[in-house]
Design a protein around this ligand. Structure first.
Ligand code: HEC
Ligand code: HEC
Ligand code: HEC
Ligand code: HEC
Ligand code: HEC
Ligand code: HEC
Length: 448
């Protein structure tokens, strides 16, 4: 019996191609979690428990032969590894399985030494030194939320925070300014493009010398992938409120169909390299996220009911992904196109959290995961003069901060802090918009 084992092992080794480089798919589908060299050290590894396996030396508990690997890749694992069976074909899955077998056979000695550069900014080089030559990107960026990430709402809160907390905020809101409290450009060119090794995203090409850097390009395969948004758009697991960090966008994306399909954050938020980063503040973008469906209204006796659903068809994460925005559905009865008073019902789609006695508390979470939908039904006594029903879906990109600023303003504040918070409050109140309106006729009381 035992003599068979080496034979089988040799057979498996022989069926592995001699020197496969990682298949192209490895970078976008597996490397974010398992690492470029399959050692379990991808930039998102810290967001999973148990962590993504070191596929070179780790034990493969769901089956380490070609069949077992193919099964794992096709079906995913309940601990967070996505299923790739729908997005990839058999040949692609085979190539990935073969690459893992090859890496295991090869061992750790010929390891690829490359590591992604971490978040890093060089404070002496500023956005001003890029805009002259890169006008297209600069113009789009100036109108983006990234450019406004040091807005009055953020700065206003700094008055109440300890230095260490301000530094934490700056890591995401103004990385170029880690120690300071001065107003800056927020998430600027430097925040995303510079590392101590030079420019990021150049595919190794040499850039004209930029002060304070070598001018060499850093090869960073993660730059055109969601990996480059991860450290600002996902908080660590240790900060979870009711099981989920307040910023959990990267993980939501990884759990959706978009990671297996290969659509990065960039695919939706930077089409053709657009530096406008349109999101929750852009009505067109928000409309692309949802599909509203309604059933025929039903009149029974003196009651009316109307079923509806809101599907998240176009956001690569929950709709909405953070606790900041809120979508509100209202349904009312109408007479000649005018809503009748006190006939409305209201549904709130979002995540309601509150900071109480030094910690976050979650009140509800009705966000719609990518690919899922929210369904409910309007049920009310029918008004005699009603001839229709109306559904309105409205979106409030800054809902959470409107309430927060109201609370802060009700306290005693320094004149400067009050001015800033009031400016932030005004901005958040003016940003709401209507996403969609649906009107349906009621057949009338004769139909009883
Ligand atoms: C979003 C993160 C994530 C991505 C992307 C991901 N994995 Fe995983 N993977 C995990 C985690 C987490 C585990 C460990 C799960 C556990 O121990 O239950 C794992 C485990 C595995 C295992 C070990 C299974 C076993 O038998 O023990 C294999 C093989 C694997 N992944 C292959 C892949 C391949 C190939 C890809 C790309 C097509 C991929 N993974 C993409 C998170 C990920
Ligand atoms: C003196 C003009 C000049 C300045 C200043 C400058 N660049 Fe460039 N940059 C260029 C040129 C020219 C290219 C090459 C364009 C091409 O290949 O199409 C380039 C290319 C790039 C690319 C890569 C394009 C690619 O194809 O990969 C990035 C990213 C970039 N610059 C970022 C920056 C940033 C960030 C700054 C400020 C810190 C900056 N540049 C300052 C002239 C400049
Ligand atoms: C250095 C940190 C940092 C990085 C890196 C970063 N972001 Fe952001 N992003 C922020 C901050 C902070 C905000 C909130 C700005 C505000 O509204 O004050 C934000 C806001 C956004 C928004 C919201 C727009 C809206 O209308 O609400 C989108 C979309 C976005 N980022 C996409 C991306 C994508 C895509 C990437 C990766 C290519 C990325 N970000 C990388 C920090 C970052
Ligand atoms: C891990 C990165 C990260 C950290 C740390 C962080 N933020 Fe944010 N912040 C974001 C992102 C991303 C958004 C945009 C998404 C949203 O609206 O929630 C945002 C949005 C905001 C907004 C609403 C947009 C605006 O400009 O009015 C405010 C206010 C804000 N953050 C304040 C703070 C303060 C104060 C701190 C420090 C206590 C902080 N943030 C720490 C990433 C971060
Ligand atoms: C939030 C991160 C972020 C910020 C802020 C940012 N960039 Fe970029 N930039 C990227 C990413 C990611 C890419 C690669 C886009 C792609 O090809 O998918 C990129 C691409 C580029 C390119 C290459 C364009 C091309 O078409 O090849 C240039 C040039 C550039 N950026 C300049 C700038 C300048 C100048 C600023 C400041 C005004 C800036 N960027 C701000 C993330 C950022
Ligand atoms: C399939 C397209 C798609 C992908 C992929 C995608 N997004 Fe979005 N994103 C949207 C749409 C549509 C909205 C507007 C609706 C909303 O707010 O959810 C949005 C909104 C946002 C917002 C606004 C704040 C909020 O609470 O909604 C942020 C921040 C954001 N995306 C970041 C990201 C990051 C980071 C990634 C990658 C990890 C990503 N997105 C991937 C489509 C996408």
């Amino acid at each position: 019996m035992h003599a068979l084992i080496p034979f089988v092992y040799l057979f498996v080794l022989a069926s592995i191609p001699a020197d496969p480089r990682p298949p192209a798919l490895w970078g976008t589908r597996c490397a974010p979690c398992h690492g470029e060299a399959a050692r379990g050290d991808g930039p998102a590894a810290h967001l999973y428990r148990p962590p993504p396996r070191d596929l070179v030396t780790g034990r493969l508990i769901y089956g380490g032969d070609r069949i077992g690997l193919r099964r794992t890749i096709r079906n995913g694992l309940p601990t967070g590894m996505p299923a790739f069976g729908e997005a990839l074909n058999e040949a692609q899955i085979d190539a990935l399985a073969d690459y893992i077998l090859h890496r295991r056979a090869q061992g750790v000695s010929e390891e690829v030494a490359w590591k992604p550069p971490g978040p890093m900014a060089i404070s002496q080089t500023t956005t001003a030194s890029c805009v002259g030559c890169h006008k297209k990107q600069a113009d789009a960026w100036r109108a983006s939320r990234h450019a406004m990430a040091m807005g009055p709402g953020v700065i206003g809160q700094y008055g109440e925070l300890k230095n260490a907390d301000v530094k934490r905020c700056n890591e995401c809101h103004a990385p170029a300014l880690l120690e300071s409290r001065e107003q800056t450009d927020g998430v600027d060119c430097v925040s995303c493009h510079l590392t101590p090794d030079g420019l990021r995203g150049l595919n190794g090409r040499r850039h004209i010398p930029i002060p304070e850097t070598s001018g060499e390009g850093a090869i960073d395969p993660g730059f055109r992938r969601s990996d480059s948004c991860l450290h600002c758009h996902n908080l660590p697991l240790g900060t979870a409120v009711d099981g989920r960090p307040l910023l959990d966008t990267w993980r939501e994306w990884a759990a959706s169909r978009w990671l297996p399909n290969g659509t990065q954050c960039h695919g939706c938020h930077m089409p053709n390299g657009d530096h406008g980063f349109h999101g929750a503040h852009d009505p067109g973008r928000v409309r692309s996220a949802v599909k509203v469906k309604t059933l025929d209204p039903v009149e029974r006796g003196d009651r009316v009911s109307w079923g509806f659903s809101i599907g998240n068809v176009g956001a690569g994460h929950h709709f909405p992904t953070t606790a900041t925005p809120r979508a509100i559905v209202t349904i009312s009865q109408t007479a000649q196109g005018v809503p009748l008073e006190s006939t409305h019902s209201l549904w709130s789609i979002g995540r309601e959290v509150e900071f109480i006695d030094g910690q976050w508390v979650q009140h509800f979470d009705t966000r719609i995961p990518s690919g899922a939908h929210f369904a409910s039904s309007y049920e009310a006594p029918r008004r005699p003069n009603a001839d229709g029903v109306r559904l309105e879906l409205s979106f409030f990109p800054d809902w959470h901060y409107t309430g927060l600023f109201e609370t802060i303003l009700s306290r005693g504040l320094s004149v400067i802090a009050r001015e800033r918070i009031e400016a932030g409050y005004k901005n958040t109140r003016s940003s709401a918009f209507l996403v969609e309106r649906v009107d349906r006729q009621l057949a009338g009381p004769n139909e009883r």
